[in-house]
Design a protein around this ligand. Structure first.
Ligand code: F6R
Ligand code: MG
Ligand code: MG
Length: 366
């Protein structure tokens, strides 16, 4: 098998109802469009949704950043937007930030995670898709999967993992990247990725398997608009598993303990990332709590054999219960931090207007 590319491209082009889900007609339109327009480009595809985001999971042999594949995804989202407009769905076309396609969907609204690799004799992959949160949400689970021996037994006892992994971290504000060699640089790594609103793990590479790519996430630039950084996106993460990479169970294990992520209501609140089955992925309570779905596939000559809906497993029931308890607690704080995000990270704010109104009432402190 020659090299295969796995591309996951996602966008919110209209919510059903509000920002909670995707209407079935949009999913049908996406499948039909990929089947027709993608027949000479794709090996295989799978379309699903998490919350209000449509997820196009595609395999092909054209490499990453391919114009044909990106145009196909763009055209698919444009077609879906047509349906969303007809049904008057909420925010129809919201993630298509331009009128015409310019060669690559990056920076045009949709989120992209892609990796190209030589398909192994058996190639298990896990695709994580989240709603109501931001790309930095993957920092904590990626650290656990690839650097924490309390999560991943293989780091200690598998000779093919013992050398560790390299983490590629992006600074979303300065648009720079840096590679950390782990385990020896985990303390340096954590200085950065412990601040997930700015530093995101973009990719992870195996040090044993000749730098082979093991994981890759959607990250996008944050745009400075009106004095604030915006562009939080509902992110995707692709992880390859087994045979020198973390076992499927080690890949899923970090989600057994829900961590707090930024997003939720109005992209402006911290809440627990709740693992959910595919059919259970529509965030409702306070537009949340943030969701993550994990689908497993075996690749066979680029064909997507699957999916296995991992978080359907009852082993994640306790994580959901804990997430609900954390959600209750965080909600009890209402408009106070640390439920609400700090002022400079709010996606919505009235601060400039309120400040303007009150500016004459602020007196110097003696
Ligand atoms: C969060 C999200 C929703 C909306 C909220 C208000 O990422 O999408 O929580 O922010 O429903 O939406 P608008 O401003 O469209 O009424
Ligand atoms: Mg939405
Ligand atoms: Mg969304």
């Amino acid at each position: 098998m020659a090299r295969v590319t796995l591309s996951v491209i996602k966008a919110d082009v209209g919510g059903f109802v509000g920002h909670s889900g995707v209407h079935e007609e949009l999913l049908t339109k996406a499948r039909d469009t990929l089947a027709q327009k993608g027949k000479d480009l794709l090996i295989d595809f799978f379309v699903t949704h998490v919350g209000d985001d449509i997820e196009l999971i595609m395999t092909h042999q054209r490499g990453v950043d391919d114009t044909g594949i990106h145009r196909l995804a763009w055209d698919t989202f444009v077609e879906c937007t047509g349906v969303a407009k007809k049904l008057k769905l909420y925010g129809a076309g919201q993630d298509l930030l331009a009128d015409t396609f310019s060669g690559n969907v990056k920076g045009m609204g949709p989120g992209v995670a892609e990796m190209e690799f030589e398909e192994r004799p058996s190639e298990p992959v896990v695709i994580f898709m989240a709603d109501k949160t931001e790309p930095g949400a993957w920092n904590f689970p990626l650290y656990k999967m690839f650097a924490d021996p309390f999560n991943t037994a293989g780091l200690v006892i598998d000779p093919k993992m013992h050398l560790g992994f390299d983490f590629e971290v992006h600074d979303l504000i300065q648009h720079k990247k840096v590679i950390f060699h782990c385990p020896e640089e985990i303390y340096d790594l954590l200085v950065f990725i412990g601040a997930p609103g700015r530093y995101c793990v973009k990719a992870v590479y195996s040090r044993t398997l000749g730098g082979e790519i093991c994981a890759c996430s959607t990250t996008q630039r944050l745009n400075l608009m009106a004095g604030r950084y915006v562009g939080k996106d509902d992110p995707v993460l692709i992880v390859r598993a087994q045979s020198g990479m973390p076992a499927v169970g080690e890949v899923l294990e970090p989600f057994a303990h829900p961590h707090l992520v930024a997003g939720w209501m109005r992209g402006s609140h911290y809440g627990p990332l709740m693992p959910s089955a595919m059919d259970d992925s529509c965030p409702t309570r306070f537009d949340g709590p943030p969701r993550v779905v994990a689908l497993g596939f075996q690749l066979a000559g680029g064909k997507l054999v699957g999916p296995q809906d991992f978080f359907k497993d009852r082993a994640f029931d306790e994580a959901r219960r804990l997430a609900n308890q954390i959600a209750d607690y965080m909600r009890s704080l209402g408009p106070f931090e640390p439920h609400r995000l700090p002022l400079d990270e709010l996606e919505y704010t009235t601060m400039p207007d309120v400040m303007k109104k009150l500016k004459d009432r602020f007196m110097p402190l003696e």
